[in-house]
Ligand binder design. Sequence first.
Ligand code: GRF
Length: 211
Amino acid sequence: MDRPLRVAALASGRGSNLAALIAARLPVEFVLVGSDKARAGALAVATEAGIPTVSLHPRDFATRADFDRALFGHVAASGADLLVLAGYMRIVDADVVAAWEGRAINVHPSLLPKYRGLHTHRQCLEAGDAEHGASVHFVTAELDGGPVVAQARIPVLPGDTEISLAERLLVEEHKLLPAVVAAIASGRLRWEGGAIFDGLPLTRPLGLTDL
Ligand code: GRF
């Protein structure tokens, strides 16, 4: 590609992953940050960085699919090559997601396929796991179910709580997400009906040191 990768992001929350992505100063162009929450911190992060924003209110739409079509319509109109879900907390309509196959990634705070959905830190503690982690995966219609590209791991320490685990894991998420976006921007990681890294089909998740 003879121009920078165009990146759009969707986020529902404070936007620390988005902030880390921007702070990484990758050779990409951020074209849009969208949200389902008008007060999401992520929108303020984007505005501060001079990135266009859009927020739509789900209750203004008759159906979930109508909302998804409208928000993803903005993403498509932005000209994004890559869509990053950075703490976007809604399940997206399967047909809407399908249009982004291989062009959308999500960061999820667990070692997928363990603990899809919410409360991943609690689930990890309740299971007595020795290890916790974060995953970046390509987005499919299945919630947190698309092919995993990369993972970062942390040990579960004696006395860990949901809060302490989440805090330590967030530090890793903030490295992992920019590293994966960098690999896509450079062409090392691409999608051809499946994830390809350095010319070979990806058979297991990459670690930070591979990226
Ligand atoms: C992160 O832990 C992300 O993995 C999860 O929601 C959190 C979002 O945090 N899906 P932030 O909005 O990026 O600070």
